[in-house]
Ligand binder design. Structure first.
Ligand code: BG6
Length: 489
């Protein structure tokens, strides 16, 4: 069996809004994740002000916004990175919190304190022997850009985004080589506000800020595609060594037809398109596919890109395809095939024996990772990078101040085995980053109780906890896995 390549990037991944905390420190202002308790929320902390006809922040006093303090990575990153170093990480993925650099988003000049923080952070990552992988936008659109302009619905957004990207590309061009544009941008269709920074400034429903029209949604989609292509172009101009990838939530690729009913086969295929490929095709192939134009037609959306924008999209496809994979799902015409953060929820797959514990109950399907890699590799012929895979468990420290998390080890072991097989199949895989190497705030539900880490962090759903870090059993196991370059499973 093939071995993992010598320079394979083992490591872990996090996002600024889920661990940094310090939500209003050193000039930072709120972003969209700061006003929600998880992206699955139905009640974000935004209220319509009828006097000035704008949405404004209105946090709910009864809720605990755990992300505001996160796990205090902002102040503790040095000690946290030492732990990653101890595990032998080759790569550490995090995001830049846009509102640290441009607090409102529409300023002309960046916030020096914010830039300095990431200077220090990236220096530390490099000092600890890791390659930084940086996401430019991970559910972190500055709130002001949304309440004032409607976020990506506005044609002004590209300019604000360009200022931000220019500033960070120029500043970190000699420190960061691997970049990602928009995290899991294909989640736009189901969670436009938080995933994709879209807020209606002329809302039909003033009670629900999450409601956006199809017209607004697709307008934002077109703007984001232009922004993505521009990023690739600009990045390569600034440093030809930059590797710039797209990032898709790719559990949706492993949506299997529930059975061989041709309607289910067709439905599952359509779902892959409308949940994933509708973003990945333009970003990787430089085309606006026919089925997207059909969706536009069905939704009554009429748009034509300028010739220049179409050329930009065509000429500036990404260097690699980064993906998250947590679970698979099934598609069947006779049930509602709903989404959660991890993937598609349809009928239970009778062939899968295990799932993550309740209430999350994500089916565990390692073969789904091999399948996903093969589908993406065949479709795009690009290197793939697994930048998220992992399992959230409800855990607590035992009398020895550790957690016996063999279940996590088993989850990783089986997924890494399948990844090896995908390499055997001919897929080019750049690396494997475990999601949430330290316990951090869940993106989906905004809680601490759902723990992914190799390192236990003493913080709880009610906001209590000392924030102390303790190594779990899997910490040592993952270290061995990396040391042996994936042999010691
Ligand atoms: C992905 C996100 O959706 O999955 C992460 O990119 C997120 O931000 C991860 O944390 C796991 O989801 P959750 O809801 O368990 O935190």
């Amino acid at each position: 069996m093939t071995r993992f390549p010598k320079n394979f990037l083992w490591g872990g991944a996090v996002a600024a809004n889920q661990l940094e905390g310090a939500w209003l420190e050193d000039g930072k202002k709120p972003n969209i994740s700061d006003v929600v308790v998880g992206i699955n929320t139905k009640t974000p902390g935004l209220k319509w002000n009828d006097n000035n006809k704008k949405w404004e922040m209105s946090l709910d006093e009864d809720k605990v916004y755990l992300s505001h303090e996160g796990i205090d990575f902002y102040h503790r990153y040095k000690e946290d990175l030492k732990l990653m170093k101890e595990m032998g990480f080759k790569c550490f993925r995090t995001s830049i919190s846009w509102a640290r650099i441009f607090p409102d988003g529409d300023e002309e000049k960046p916030n020096e304190a914010g830039l300095r923080f990431y200077d220090d952070l990236f220096d530390e990552i490099i000092k600890d022997g890791m390659e930084p992988l940086v996401t430019l936008s991970h559910y972190e659109t500055p709130l002001h850009l949304m309440t004032e302009y409607g976020g990506w619905i506005s044609d002004k957004m590209l300019g604000f985004y360009q200022n931000y990207v220019n500033a960070v590309f120029e500043r970190y061009k000699n420190k960061v080589r691997y970049w990602l544009t928009f995290n899991e941008i294909n989640n736009m269709y189901r969670r436009p506000t938080i995933s994709a920074g879209i807020l209606s400034v002329t809302p039909k429903n003033k009670e629900n800020p999450l409601e956006v029209s199809k017209e607004e949604l697709w307008t934002a989609y077109c703007h984001i595609l232009v922004a993505n292509a521009w990023t690739v172009k600009k990045g390569h101009e600034i440093n030809p060594d930059f590797k710039i990838g797209c990032m898709m939530a790719s559990s949706s690729v492993a949506t299997y037809p529930y059975d061989c009913n041709p309607e289910n086969i067709m439905g599952a295929y359509q779902l892959q398109r409308t949940a994933n490929f509708y973003f990945a095709d333009p970003m990787c192939l430089g085309i606006i596919p026919g089925y997207v134009r059909k969706m536009w037609k069905d939704d009554g959306f009429d748009y034509s890109f300028s010739k220049e924008d179409l050329k930009l999209i065509k000429d500036n496809t990404v260097d690699y395809f980064a993906l998250s994979y947590y679970r698979s799902g099934t598609y069947s015409i006779d049930v509602e095939n709903a989404f959660d953060t991890g993937g598609i929820k349809g009928k239970k797959n009778p062939y899968l024996k295990e799932e993550s514990p309740k209430p999350w109950s994500w089916p565990i399907d390692p073969v789904g990772l091999r399948y996903t890699c093969n589908v993406l590799s065949d479709r795009y012929h690009l290197p793939l990078f697994i930048v998220e895979n992992g399992i959230g468990l409800d855990e607590s420290l035992n009398e020895n101040d550790t957690v016996e998390d063999s279940f996590r080890e088993k989850y990783i072991r089986e997924h890494v085995r399948q990844l090896k097989l995908a390499i055997d199949d001919g897929c080019e895989i750049m690396g494997y980053l475990y999601w949430g190497p330290l316990d951090i705030v869940s993106a989906g539900t905004g809680e601490m109780k759902k723990r992914y880490g190799f390192v236990y962090v003493d913080r709880y759903n009610d906001g209590s906890g000392s924030l102390a870090r303790n190594k779990k059993k899997s910490f040592y196991w993952y270290k061995k896995l990396i040391e042996s370059n994936g042999k010691d499973l």
